[in-house]
Design a protein around this ligand. Structure first.
Ligand code: NAP
Length: 255
């Protein structure tokens, strides 16, 4: 990075950033935060084409280039295609593995199909996207990989055993890969949010919401922007000494 290209107001100027699951919720906020910082944002989605197009339009209004790419990131060919589409705009320097799904219920009621679907989304998809992007980053001797885990991946959540296992696995993936690629100028970190207001938490009952607020020291659920700001920091060129770490924007719920 030369002084000519580094700007403190647009620290990610011209850097290609892939955000999986960026049509809604946390991924959308991450895409907009990266765009505000000057990145060229690849807005990945699975189904929500109109929502993804809106995110692209907002990124452009923020003065950045952006491109929506439909890809089911649980599929190897789709993950490869996502990265190749991104690479047409320049070497991908930032990957945010954000796409994910949740499922609540007792472990004894969890079917093998449900277990596999959850693991496919929350652990296999980050593996596939990371494997596709790494050759580009190694060639450039630079990369920022940020995996969106969860507090349940740290602390374990009752009635969310499969989800907790997938997100805990993602933390182990983060730590191991951080060691493997550090000498290639690539950092790998995880962000493990607490309860954040998105479609994923929209079906929480008023009672459950009140309990969460009560148990969270800052007294509120999180907003997608709370997560996006952590990702923005980890994605910056200046965060080069931080790798294999887990940052948990959770309002103090898990300390
Ligand atoms: P969300 O509102 O349900 O949005 C999910 C996003 O993932 C959507 O953009 C969706 O695309 C995309 N997606 C799902 N499956 C995909 C696939 N196979 N291929 C490509 N994209 C796919 O979820 P969120 O709450 O923002 O959660 C984002 C991440 O944060 C997840 O990994 C989640 O586990 C994690 N997280 C969330 C919370 C929370 O409280 N919300 C807390 C901790 C961690 P479409 O719109 O096209 O369907």
């Amino acid at each position: 990075m030369t002084l000519q290209t580094y700007s403190t107001t647009r620290p990610l100027y011209g850097q290609v950033a892939i955000v999986t699951g960026a049509s809604r919720g946390i991924g959308r906020a991450i895409a907009l935060a990266l765009a505000r910082a000057g990145a060229i944002v690849i807005v990945n989605y699975k189904q929500a084409e109109t929502a993804a197009a809106e995110v692209v339009a907002l990124c452009q209004q923020l003065g950045s280039r952006a491109l929506a790419v439909q890809a089911d990131v649980t599929q190897p060919e789709a993950a490869e295609r996502l990265v190749s589409e991104a690479a047409k705009l320049g070497p991908p320097r930032i990957l945010v593995n954000n796409a994910g799904i949740a499922k609540t219920g007792l472990l004894v009621d969890t079917t093998l199909d449900e277990w596999r679907t959850l693991l496919d989304h929350n652990l296999t998809a980050p593996f596939l996207c990371t494997r596709a992007v790494l050759p580009h980053m190694i060639r450039e001797h630079y990369g920022r990989i940020i995996n969106i885990s969860s507090i349940w991946g740290i602390a374990g959540g009752s009635c969310e055993v499969a989800y907790s296992a997938s997100k805990g696995g993602l933390i182990a993936f983060t730590k191991a890969l951080a060691k493997e690629v550090a000498r290639s100028g690539i950092t790998v970190n995880a962000v493990a949010p607490g309860a954040i207001e998105t479609d994923m938490t929209a079906n929480l009952s008023d009672e459950a919401r009140a309990v969460l607020r009560e148990e969270t020291p800052v007294g509120r659920l999180g907003e997608p922007e709370d997560v996006a700001q952590c990702v923005l920091f980890l994605a910056s060129p200046t965060a080069s000494y931080l790798t294999g770490q887990v940052i948990s924007p959770n309002g103090g719920l898990v300390i």
